[in-house]
Each structure stands twice: as structure tokens, then as C-alpha cells.
Design a protein around this ligand. Structure first.
Ligand code: GLN
Length: 237
């Protein structure tokens, strides 16, 4: 029986979008909430099912071009995610999922495909596939440590005035303009896989804090070792 007080995490379309272990973002959020005594309830929404609009934090992952197009069509038709964000829900959208949040993105032949317009961004096919490690310094307003992850995408993303860049790229391609990802309100888009929240637990806590307020600190030494290993592998290479 769903409880009204539990934190509701919604993973969108595991059957279409979940490359590179992006579903791990769900596990990290769940664990970081539970380690603080916060009750969590996770809903996995397959693409044939409606997206609930009463969730707290929505997550969507990366994917190949065709499932990405299908996911965009279904989300547009469904409207549940759009209503959830209008009600104040938080969201982390990764790679293909990030592109879908914008007005348009490039399909498998580079053709423009409609997104769902939750973020003021437009994506298209870039000149070359961006593959490799990403390191980026986060917008000072968010007060987060350096982001680490890896990327694998053809798309480049142009940010409109309605969003702020999430971070400035130190290594890797990201949006393709020197920035990586963006955010507006409580919606964050990024090209980071890793999964992003395992590599960057402070980003997980930002999403959690947007819904539950101030959080007790956790012992992150295990995550920190992974972060430092990846950061030094890129920055010293
Ligand atoms: N199909 C998109 C692109 O190539 C997204 C890829 C991904 O999610 N890894 O840009």
C-alpha cells in the first residue's frame, strides 16, 4: 500500500531508456534517503503505462536514437511528467532523457524530433560522437563539488535563456559549447553517466534536499574514493 508520507521516486521507461547503468541513479537516491531514515517508495513506469503526477523525484536515463524517439512521443502524449514538474517535483534527466526535455533533438538520421519542452534547450546532431570521461565545475549557485562521469552521445545541446548551465566543462564535450548540462527550477539535465549520482553523491543530495529540506551528513568515504580515482585518471592523463 503506498504511503502518503514516503518519498516517491519515479524511474521513467526502464524498457526504453537505461543505458550505462543509469538506473543506478535510482538506487543511490533510495539509499541516501534511507540511510537518513527517510521512507522511500520507488515506482518503475514502463512506456505503456501512465506517468504518475504525484511523485517527488523523477529520473530518466540515456538511450539509443529509436527508443529515445519513442520515449519522447509517449511522454508528450502522456503529459504526467509535465504535470508533475508543474506541481514542483524534482527531476534528473540523463543524456537521451536530457535531450527529450528540450524543444527538439536529432533523430537517427539527424532529423529534428520534438521533445517535451520542459527545459529551454534544443539539441541536434553534432559533428562527431563524444565518448569519454567528463569533468565539469558546477555553477557556483549550486555549491556542489566537481562533477565526474562519462559521456557517449552524438547530440549537442544549445541552452536558451530559460535555463542555466549546470557546469563548465574541464574535460570532455558535454553540451558542446564549453558547458555541461543545465538546470531550471528543480529540473536538472546532464550528459553524465557513471551512474551520475554514484559518482556525484552531492548531486543526489541536492535533488533530495529540494523535496525533503536539509539533510543530515553521511559518511561518503566509499564514494569519495571512486570520485578521486576517476578525477585523477582524467586530470592527470
Ligand atoms: N541518442 C542520443 C545521442 O546520441 C543520446 C545518447 C545517449 O543517451 N547515450 O546524442
Amino acid at each position: 500500500m503506498p504511503s502518503d508520507s514516503a518519498l516517491s521516486i519515479v524511474w521513467i521507461y526502464p524498457d526504453l531508456l537505461s543505458t550505462y547503468g543509469d538506473q543506478g541513479n535510482v538506487l543511490v537516491l533510495e539509499q541516501r534517503a534511507q540511510r537518513r531514515g527517510i521512507e522511500v517508495e520507488t515506482v518503475y513506469v514502463r512506456s505503456a503505462d501512465p506517468v504518475p503526477e504525484t511523485g517527488d523525484i523523477y529520473l530518466i536515463g540515456g538511450g539509443e536514437d529509436r527508443p529515445q524517439i519513442l520515449a519522447a512521443q509517449r511522454l508528450r502524449r502522456d503529459g504526467g511528467l509535465q504535470r508533475a514538474i508543474a506541481r514542483g517535483a524534482a527531476m534528473l534527466a540523463v543524456c537521451a532523457g536530457y535531450q527529450i526535455m528540450g524543444s527538439t533533438f536529432g533523430g537517427e538520421e539527424g532529423q529534428p524530433v520534438d521533445g517535451i519542452g520542459l527545459l529551454d534547450i534544443a539539441s541536434s546532431r553534432g559533428p562527431a560522437r563524444a565518448v569519454g570521461e567528463l569533468v565539469a565545475e558546477v555553477d557556483a549557485a549550486l555549491n556542489l563539488p566537481t562533477l565526474t562521469g562519462f559521456e557517449n552521445h552524438m547530440g549537442v545541446t544549445h541552452l536558451g535563456p530559460g535555463v542555466r548551465p549546470l557546469s563548465r566543462t574541464v574535460a570532455g564535450v558535454g553540451n558542446g559549447d564549453g558547458f555541461e548540462g543545465c538546470y531550471a527550477g528543480h529540473v536538472v539535465g546532464t550528459y553524465l553517466h557513471g551512474p551520475a549520482l554514484a559518482r556525484n553523491p552531492a548531486l543526489a543530495d541536492l535533488l533530495l534536499s529540494w523535496r525533503v529540506g536539509e539533510l543530515a551528513p553521511l559518511d561518503d568515504s566509499r564514494y569519495e574514493a571512486l570520485r578521486q580515482e576517476r578525477l585523477s585518471a582524467v586530470l592527470s592523463g
